[in-house]
Design a protein around this ligand. Structure first.
Ligand SMILES: Cc1ncc(COP(=O)(O)O)c(C=O)c1O
Length: 423
């Protein structure tokens, strides 16, 4: 008898998140700023010495930080391997994106040498923004050194790395400002949300003043985002997933049914914009801040669980010459939001795994430096181009069973065994 796998992703939500969110949306209870003030205090306690401001999305945080750090027309060095909205936030903040390619290999993170080269050759750089992709702290020390020598601020896009650690600190504490995402699929979620950390009191005062002028996110928007979360939660709930959803999406994938496959992609049709969208111009609601705060105490435990899965993936896959793996880090400097592997024949591998009843996801991240909408800022970034075509995420979320990890490993090994027998 065929049995379905566990799904590629599960939300980090709990039933209480829906209950509290609904109460807030329907009655207004908890919709004031009290929850946000408490969340900011909790974030400060978790990141000693740092001030914290909650925002409605990480991209809003990136915009506010850059807007207050750079002068209009200054360049912002950033990784091209990110979502197009991040690049758009640079434009909205008045910056000019200057893409620095990612490293060769499995990190998917910005190449410090390329950043240093750009700092040496380009004039009018206002900031460097580094991303800790998939939960891996980037090679930040040389970047910090080069920027400090030039008095250029460094911003951490820590959207995917809340809780990751480096040299006794956490992600978001390593540079001049750090930005987190509490978006739908993140390891801390309030359906949408984020936060900024910084030690720079003047910067944080400016950001607070900017936010004070904005209304709280409308309740209708919260309900819509919650409904999307609930639909995802239900679709991946074991009973529904195993009996119906998996088989539907599997058939759709194997038969290239665009409607379903497009549902799993972001950035399939990116556009450039330089006016900060009105739909982003809000403050986070107290109710969402409550959700985030209630999840903070499980972050470290979840990271440990994901590291355990990463160790199993590494042990089972590291000898395969045609696969590029992320670095194995057990010290918390990789929080393994996913376990991203890279394979030249990604489509072949994903199809084979699907045929073998596995559920994994082809990455939707793209090389923004090659997107037509950013043609003006186009740069040759060969490593980001390769990752765009090669990354598959293997699941690591808490609750994803070790047998599933082993079954993924067996399927991947089967793929390469069969491929090699045809050579
Ligand atoms: C690397 C990175 N930066 C920024 C963001 C934006 O986060 P948000 O959706 O909270 O604005 C994302 C979202 O997935 C991301 O992956």
């Amino acid at each position: 008898m065929f049995s379905a796998p566990q799904p590629r992703s599960r939300l980090y939500t709990r039933a209480a998140d829906y209950r509290n969110g609904l109460v807030a949306a329907l009655t207004g209870h908890g919709y004031d700023s009290r929850g946000t003030i408490e969340l900011e205090s909790a974030l400060k306690a978790l990141h000693p010495g740092f001030d914290a401001v909650a925002v409605p999305m990480a991209r809003v945080g990136i915009y506010l930080v850059l807007k207050n750090l750079i002068k209009r027309g200054q360049k912002v060095i950033l990784s091209p391997y990110t979502i197009s909205d991040v690049v758009n936030m640079v434009l909205c903040a008045g910056g000019v994106p200057l893409f620095a390619d990612i490293e060769v290999g499995g990190s998917c993170n910005i190449d410090a040498k390329e950043v240093e080269r750009l700092l040496d050759t380009e004039a009018n750089v206002g900031a460097v923004m580094v991303t800790h992709f998939y939960g891996l702290i980037c090679n930040i020390e040389p970047i910090l050194g080069a920027c400090r020598a030039r008095k250029i601020p460094v911003v951490e896009d820590a959207a995917q790395s809340f809780g990751a650690r480096h040299a006794g600190s956490r992600a978001g504490m390593l540079a001049d400002a750090g930005v987190f995402s509490f978006g739908l699929l993140k390891n801390v979620t309030s359906f949408f949300g984020g936060a900024i950390l910084s030690r720079d009191t003047a910067l944080m005062d400016h950001i607070r003043a900017d936010l004070e002028a904005l209304p709280v996110f409308p309740k209708s928007a919260l309900v819509k985002k919650m409904a999307k979360g609930a639909a995802f939660d239900l679709a991946t709930f074991p009973l529904f997933f195993e009996l119906g959803v998996y088989w539907l999406f599997r058939q759709a994938y194997l038969h290239d049914v665009e409607f379903f496959n497009n549902k799993l992609e972001t950035d399939s049709n990116p556009v450039a914009y330089s006016t900060f969208p009105k739909t982003y111009a809000h403050r986070i609601s107290g109710a969402q801040s409550d959700m985030v705060r209630s999840q903070l105490d499980r972050v470290d435990r979840h990271i440990e669980e994901r590291i355990t899965k990463a160790k199993i993936y590494h042990a089972g896959l590291h000898d395969l010459p045609d696969l590029v793996l992320p670095p194995l880090r057990t010290d918390g400097s990789h929080s393994y939001f996913y376990y991203p592997i890279q394979c030249a024949n990604r489509e072949g591998l994903a199809r084979y795994m699907t045929q073998k009843l596995r559920d994994v996801q082809i990455s939707h991240h793209r090389n923004c430096a090659a997107m037509a909408c950013f043609a003006e800022y186009q740069r040759d970034c060969p490593n980001a181009s390769l990752s765009e075509k090669r990354v598959i995420y293997l699941p690591t979320y808490p609750g994803y069973r070790e047998e599933e990890v082993q079954a993924n490993i067996a399927a991947i090994r089967g793929f390469f065994r069969e491929a090699n027998s045809w050579r």
